[in-house]
Design a protein around this ligand. Structure first.
Ligand code: AMP
Ligand code: ZN
Length: 465
């Protein structure tokens, strides 16, 4: 498989450097609220990468952390009147439930930052001893970017930006900042009153780790000094991943990640998603509009990961139709197989082009297109040829992590019925019970039962209806 590498700006082969297991790390969620569909674009594409490797027979070791201590988790746990642990545990559970709905394979190791404070302190100590970090009089410790000649290579900082950061000797105590305020970044934050109970002892006094450090320390613990691939959304290229490289290469002396995989952001209606604009969607928001997590997954893999993905609600309806069409194609193929057909082939048959797309820089839209073309090509196959084609189809489906709707549910629901049900759900959300009841009766008259759940509804054909 070939994949674009952010550091070298070239497509490169993905092969386990140890010859057996592909070892990779993904920056995980900051657990201070529900993850949004932008976050899930990144997590789903990382999942497809892993599934593609595994489908081709490569064993993987997938590590993804939980950021459970930072400015945002501390601030919002206090607002919620909960301990940091209780607060982040609740949001981690919610994240796991969402991941399961989206068909994300759980990482093999999922370490949390709070559980790895000693490893983080040890790494800072090494950096201070080697002259890459210094303590300041506010009880914080900073990484000295001028001590690492490779600083800026990943994000291609230009000389002007580097000069600003290295010569002005400024430092930043906040975890997030822009390139034009390049500076020495914080490894350990001295305790402040607003941190409440959230501080730990260290050789530099009480405080807590800076955000960039946790990944370096957990990678060292679980993957060692060098590993195969590191990944996150594009916003992490600078400063987060730039800082991780600096910390890890200075402390450990290895080559850190052999490959960098960054996913371009999801946009909503052509712009940034944000709570204040009212266009930030979670799985729950979309379920309340009657859309399944599988439809969301289909939309998220519908664009190439290096291109922005413009999310619209209409795209979810199109995804529903596409999934139904794939399900119908698979049923058609299955109907052409005799029960006693023995499967001999393990290749992709008519789905070879789709599989090739996936292996060529994780071209998921190409792979989806290839699924439909493959189904058309396979439509007239019978017996063992149909069986082999169906096996290829199913392998590809697993690589994309898609689960298809069953015949009795989404696939068979006519658009007019779905539109009625949608209007009814909106009436229900608006507590317009009278209208909602009328619409329920109308649906029943047309042979459809609506069952309401907490987050949405399901439609079923009424018995004998
Ligand atoms: P966070 O929970 O903010 O730490 O982010 C978790 C992951 O989601 C990181 O890899 C981010 O880079 C990624 N991410 C954040 N916003 C978006 C977005 N709009 N589109 C795609 N990925 C995103
Ligand atoms: Zn990270």
């Amino acid at each position: 498989m070939r994949l674009f590498d952010t550091l070298s700006r070239t497509d490169r082969d993905l092969r386990p450097t140890d010859g057996s297991t592909y070892r990779f790390y993904c920056c995980g969620p900051t657990v201070y609220g529900p993850a949004h569909i932008g976050n899930f674009r990144t997590f789903v594409l990382q999942d497809v990468l892993r599934r593609t490797l595994e489908t081709s027979g490569t064993r993987t070791l997938h590590v993804r952390n939980i950021t459970d201590v930072d400015d945002k988790t501390i601030r919002d746990s206090q607002k919620a009147g909960q301990s940091l642990t209780a607060f982040t545990t609740g949001w981690t559970e919610k994240f796991h439930a969402d991941c399961e709905k989206l068909g994300l394979l759980p990482p093999h190791i999922e370490p949390g930052a709070v559980e790895h404070i000693p490893q983080q302190i040890a790494m800072i100590q090494t950096l201070v001893e080697k002259g890459n970090a210094y303590a300041s009089d506010d009880g914080s410790v900073y990484f000295k970017i001028s001590s690492f000649p490779g600083y800026g290579r990943l994000s291609r900082l230009d000389q002007r930006e580097l000069d600003i950061g290295k010569t002005q000797n400024t430092r930043s105590n906040s975890d997030e900042y822009e390139k034009d305020s390049l500076s020495d970044f914080v490894l350990w934050k001295g305790r402040k009153p607003e941190d409440g109970d959230n501080f730990w002892p260290s050789p530099w006094g009480e405080g807590r780790p800076g955000w960039h450090l946790e990944c370096s320390a957990m990678i060292r613990e679980y993957l060692g000094d060098s590993f195969d691939l590191h990944s996150g959304g594009v916003d992490l290229v600078f400063p987060h991943h730039e800082n991780e490289i600096a910390q890890s290469e200075c402390a450990c002396g290895g080559h850190f990640a052999a490959h960098w995989f960054h996913i371009t952001h999801l946009l909503v209606d052509g712009g940034k998603m944000s709570k204040s604009l009212g266009n930030l969607y979670t799985l729950e928001d979309l379920a309340a509009r009657g859309h399944s997590a599988m439809e969301v997954r289909y939309v998220l893999i519908g664009a190439h990961y290096r291109k922005p993905l413009n999310f619209t609600l209409d795209s979810l309806s199109a995804a529903r139709e596409a999934l139904a069409k794939l399900a119908k194609g698979a049923r058609h193929l299955a109907s052409k197989i005799d029960p006693d057909t023995r499967l001999t082939s393990a290749d992709f048959g008519p789905f070879q082009a789709a599989w090739d797309s996936l292996n060529d820089d994780l071209n998921t839209p190409g792979a989806l297109g290839g699924m439909f073309t493959g189904l058309r090509e396979a439509a007239n196959l019978t017996g063992s040829q149909a069986a082999a084609a169906l096996a290829g189809f199913n392998r590809l489906l697993r690589a994309l992590g898609l689960t298809l709707p069953q015949e009795s549910t989404a696939a068979a629901i006519p658009d007019t019925i779905r539109a009625l049900a949608e209007t009814r759900w909106q009436a229900r959300l608006a507590k317009n019970w009278a209208e909602s009841d009328i619409l329920r009766a109308e649906l029943a008259a047309q042979g459809w039962l609506v069952k309401d759940g907490k987050d949405g509804y399901t439609l079923e054909p009424a018995a004998n209806g």
